[in-house]
Design a binder for this molecule. Sequence first.
Ligand SMILES: [Zn+2]
Length: 523
Amino acid sequence: MLDLLINNGLIVDGSGNPGFYGSVGVDGETVHIFRGEPSGAEAARVIDAGSKVVCPGFIDVHAHSGLMILAEPEHHPKVRQGITTELVGVDGNSYAPFTSHEDFLAFVELNSGLDGAPKLPGIWSTVAEYLDMFDGKVAVNIAYIIGNSPLRISAVGWDERPATDAERANMQAMLREGMEEGAFGLSTGLDYPPGSYADTAELVELAREAARLGGIYHTHLRNTLGDRFLDPVKEALEIGRKAEIPCHLTHFYQKLTHPGSARQLLELVDSAVARAQDVTMDCFPYAYSSTRLLIMIPPWAFDGGPAKLKGVLRSPEGRERLRQEIIPRAGSFNEIMLTYFKQPHNRRYEGKSIAEIAGMMKKGEVDTICDLLLDEDLQISYVSPGPSPTTLPDFMTHPRTMVGTDAVLLGEFPNPRTYGTFPTILADYVREEGRLTLEEAVRKMTSMAALRLDIRDRGMLRDGMKADIVVFDPGSVMSPATRNEPKQFPVGIEYVLVNGTIVVDQGRHTGALSGRALRHGRV
Ligand SMILES: [Zn+2]
């Protein structure tokens, strides 16, 4: 007898092939497909999926959940979108391996405006120990990629300088060990020190090590490089080519600040592919960016680590230099909205722009930023304009693009992508605008990501695959999350199963924590 039978749905199996009517059985953690008429198979529970789509669970290839999910394991904002697997450790900022716990804590603080700094249920140092934290304790599956920041902190320290040969060898050894323990490759975030202190050659050597073990190179580009437009992409492609590693450009879109066209960006990718390079991308469907407020502080201020950084923020000389150098990354201080304040006296600034807060504090914008960062232990996030809304669809619909939410899980005013990415693609790109077929959209959300990461037992609904499943209503699926009211759950995502267990039942979270760490080479 089956544990569950999802009867009579339109099965969109994740391959990109046309959907077909049939039933999906779940036996333990495993899928069994019945084509055609509703199945009469015996099952402990039967769900009628008439007029619904049944598809594989969605895979988010850019997640900032690596700490937050351990503190809030039900993971509502993500699992209620239909996400059943997340890739964490992106942007070069990941949380294992760390050889010193003191460095780990300093790094958590440094990156807390992006990944949070929650109370954690345990202590780890190796990748193996970190992955053990997730098994059966969180709502979704976690795939992990090693950021170059922790490698650099352990091998080189926090300083802005090139790594020596011995330090490079050390980073490679740590990367190798972490991948043998289950990590999927190497990530970088070349706007984020100290990982961004690595030069191209250092990254080629690290990526080559990841390639040897079958990993990928997942990169947030060095956006400040050269022309700040095409040169950052060229660096990433060069690293991919020289290291002979699959190159994944994460949150890849045209920025409002770019001087040229979307076509020029995509042509770099297309011509690399035409020269037989393996390149993929991900994107989210919103014209807002979000990250830690610290990204506005120039790299030199991070030299030496978080304690020294705070010294710079505090000192009159540091302030003076920052006043000269800090400019808004996109738009103006009027358009950069801050979120997450743990100090009660700062809560009145939630969701307000830097310009507005500066007015309330009767200070200049840069002093406002520095004072708030010091007061909040560096943990502030922001939402601002970023991607060009007119060309975003060119990136999302590109045949080599999959889906990454880049969801920051902090504050009262997160980017709406945190709650709405996957349902918005199904609503806008598929139903309303017809830019993607249902099958193509589901493929981008499922098998494309599984194949990229080399996860072989998920991403498609086929006999014997793991039962990560979403049942949604194609006629009503959508996200009501907006910039001003972002914390709203999607409509139309009715059932979500993770490893055969129902986590979302008729739109409600069951409390089940059936996720686990997926280990590279063992999935
Ligand atoms: Zn990110």
